[in-house]
Design a protein around this ligand. Sequence first.
Ligand code: ZN
Length: 133
Amino acid sequence: MTGRKVTAEERAAYDLVTKRDDNRCVKCRRWCGRIERDHRQNRMPGNTVASNLQCLGEACHEWKTQHPTEALEQGWAVLRHTTLSPAEWPARRWLRTFWGTYRLAWVLYDDEGGWVEIDDVEAAFRRRKGGLP
Ligand SMILES: [Zn+2]
């Protein structure tokens, strides 16, 4: 954030995401370093919104930065040049099951700090439509 002004709207988005993700890494759900608010689609003007943010621990954030292709394939990133908004681009997330275990799901995030789950078929369809190579 150094040298960059954070607007009130951006601050609100960061807070929503911290709450939505329970301030935990959405990729590994474990302690993998200090929690950071990652831009799913690389930061650019106007995309610091809850649907484009996710909590990642330092190690997973670093992995994502170093493996952009894998991160995109696995659902931890949004394509930079796409006709879809981050809210329309499927994200991955671990969801708690009835039995207290966790399963990796596809979701669509909104800008109010919520999400809806979608199935694998819809996730694949949307990502293809969005231009996933
Ligand atoms: Zn992690």
